[in-house]
Design a protein around this ligand. Structure first.
Ligand code: NAI
Length: 339
């Protein structure tokens, strides 16, 4: 791609994440601007695009991708809508930042993987933003030094204040644990080979029928275990914590100790209330890195293979939840494009 003053981005889906990304690109990120906002809800798209001079509004993602003033696409529609937009973007050889999940299941993710391979070069970055969080980056860098020895186990905690009304028991895995699936693969450099899901009696604060919390055990091809407590109606805050236990020591992130107060015979701090607060800096760095790489004609972040692997693990996780027992993960051979 020729270097331009600004990367002209079409944002597909202008709900919570899409609107936040539009604001981010317009106000925080350098080197990009939003030229199109697309949403099946035309009024919502209009509202989000209103402050941006010359920004077009539409309800049709494919028409937006065909526009002359669009160089790249940020997809923030719901997961089931991603595949059609991804395939259309690849057909036009447009760079994409696609919010997680790449697609909701392994078969559709594989279709996207095959389309990108047919194109012959990588075009898609997947929105696994924890790879851009300062604490996760430090943890990964420490593991890489080898000082702690070989990682044996990862203990993850992922808690939300309350789940949205449409949340299902399967979504605790496919929407929430999806992040720990990617974080585990990235931190350890392993693929996940099997998933087991255990569940205590649900919390009385969970909506009826929601199996919340759940305890997920991921096994890796490097012989490590990664467990995830997922609890989406914990009531008190948004917490993401990870502790890696290695042969010679442990390393832990997510305790939220950035500001600790001592007052009136007590000590304490505050707990973030949602991901837009906890991961605000990570989203900024993620989108900036995508813009910078795209303007250089590169893809540097988590890609289609990572999205496919996560989809396959989550699919196995949902089966483990629904059928019980240990479910193995079947991945196709990793194509050369992603090695
Ligand atoms: P949302 O429901 O707030 O927004 C989705 C928007 O997409 C809505 O405005 C809807 O009208 C629109 N839409 C639906 N179908 C569409 C289509 N075919 N074409 C264009 N627009 C369409 O959802 P939210 O929370 O913003 O999630 C969007 C994506 O972001 C999902 O893939 C979700 O998993 C992901 N997400 C990622 C997070 C992260 O931390 N990386 C956090 C929350 C969500």
């Amino acid at each position: 791609m020729t270097q331009r003053a600004d990367l002209r981005v079409a944002v597909i889906g202008s709900g919570r994440m899409g609107a936040d990304h539009v604001r981010r690109i317009q106000q925080t990120i350098k080197g990009a601007r939003v030229t199109a906002v697309v949403d099946v809800d035309a009024e919502r798209a209009k509202r989000v695009a209103a402050p941006i001079d010359g920004c077009t509004v539409s309800t049709d993602p494919l028409a937006a991708l065909a526009a002359d003033d669009v160089d790249a696409v940020l997809i923030a529609s719901p997961g089931p809508a991603h595949e059609a937009t991804l395939l259309a973007a690849l057909e036009r050889d447009l760079p994409v930042l696609c919010e997680k999940p790449l697609t909701p299941d392994a078969a559709s993710a594989l279709r996207v993987l095959e389309a990108e391979q047919a194109l012959g070069h990588r075009r898609i970055q997947v929105g696994f933003m924890r790879r851009y969080d300062a604490e996760y980056v430090r943890l990964k860098a420490l593991l890489r030094t080898g000082q702690l020895g070989r990682p044996l186990m990862v203990h993850n905690r992922h808690r939300n204040v309350a789940s949205p009304p449409f949340f299902t028991s399967a979504m605790l895995i496919s929407d929430s644990v999806a992040h720990e699936v990617d974080a585990t693969r990235w931190l350890l450099g392993h693929e996940i080979t099997a998933v087991t899901v255990l569940r205590p009696a649900p919390s009385a604060n969970a909506p009826d029928h929601l199996l919340d919390p759940q305890f997920v055990v991921l096994e890796t091809d490097g012989g490590a275990l990664s467990d995830v407590e997922i609890f989406v109606n914990c009531g008190f805050g948004y917490q993401v914590q990870a502790e890696v236990v290695c042969e010679r020591g442990t390393a832990r992130i997510g305790d939220g100790h950035a500001l600790v107060t001592h007052m009136a015979a007590r000590w304490g701090g505050t707990i973030a209330q949602d991901y837009t607060e906890r991961f605000a800096d990570a989203y900024d760095r993620e989108v900036q890195a995508w813009v910078d790489a795209t303007r250089r004609g590169e893809v540097t972040g988590p890609g289609t293979w990572d999205g496919y692997a996560a989809a396959a693990v989550c699919e196995a996780g949902v089966r483990a939840l629904e059928e019980g027992g240990r479910v193995t993960v079947e991945l196709v051979d990793k194509p050369a494009l992603y090695r």
